[in-house]
Design a protein around this ligand. Structure first.
Ligand code: SF4
Length: 232
């Protein structure tokens, strides 16, 4: 009897230790992975019926800089990755212009599924998806959030117009918000390119404060900012 009680107590201790171990190693990285799995099976809005893939986001999960766009487009829906295709190409080049690459920052969207025909996100879709983005912001904990387009700006400042604040640096609960044009806008209006370049140059101030060199191979410095040629 005593032997049985002792062995039960030992099993109990082992189980407790195992639980504590999992609690200790369950970090924000794991939470983001688990979140991506939940997004993958999400059916909170009607976009779950038309998507090919969910697009949770990608990049450095510890980055101080987070980019938030609007919603996946056709290429993103096909590949399950944010900002690829022509708009993604512009974003890559804009990042390069300030000495960054997409692996130095975290890139995501307001919606994790593509609206058909690339239409604007609806309010119910934005509301349904909002908790995923809130959790990403909480887990990644960026110091700087770049909003790409009016929808992502509206998340932080619903009563303000993105047009009035584009290129400004705003405070939001201890984080800096930089509203910028969506890179896709430059595809339809090339005159916006110079404004995008100017807005991105403001990121340089933050890069000095929040260096990203820990993502580079040992001994290798981040690449120097380059002259931007968006349509090579
Ligand atoms: S857009 Fe967001 S809320 Fe809607 S199905 Fe996709 S993940 Fe779920």
């Amino acid at each position: 009897m005593l032997e049985s009680r002792n062995s039960n107590s030992l099993a109990c201790k082992k189980s407790l230790n195992r639980s504590l171990f999992f609690i200790l190693i369950y970090n924000d990285d794991d939470r983001l992975t688990e979140l991506a799995l939940r997004i993958k099976s999400c059916s909170l809005c009607e976009l779950s019926g038309t998507r090919l893939n969910t697009v949770p986001g990608e990049g450095d999960r510890k980055s101080a800089i987070m980019f938030i766009g609007e919603a996946p487009g056709q290429n993103e829906d096909r590949e399950g990755r944010p900002f690829i295709g022509r708009a993604g190409n512009i974003l890559d080049r804009l990042l390069k212009s300030v000495g960054l690459s997409r692996k130095d920052v975290y890139i995501t969207n307001m919606l994790k599924c593509r609206p058909p025909e690339n239409r604007d996100p609806s309010l119910p879709e934005i509301e349904s998806c909002a908790d995923y983005l809130d959790q990403q912001i909480s887990f990644i904990d960026p110091q700087v959030i770049v909003t790409l387009g009016r929808f992502s700006f509206g998340k932080f400042f619903p009563d303000k117009s993105a047009r009035d604040y584009r290129g400004s640096i705003l405070d939001w609960h201890g984080r800096k918000i930089l509203p910028m044009y969506h890179p896709a806008a430059a595809l339809y209006n090339p005159s916006l390119i110079s404004r995008l370049i100017g807005d991105f140059s403001k990121l340089s101030n933050f890069i000095a404060d929040y260096p990203v060199q820990e993502n580079e191979p040992e001994g290798k410095l981040r690449s120097e900012p380059t002259q931007l040629q968006l349509f090579e």
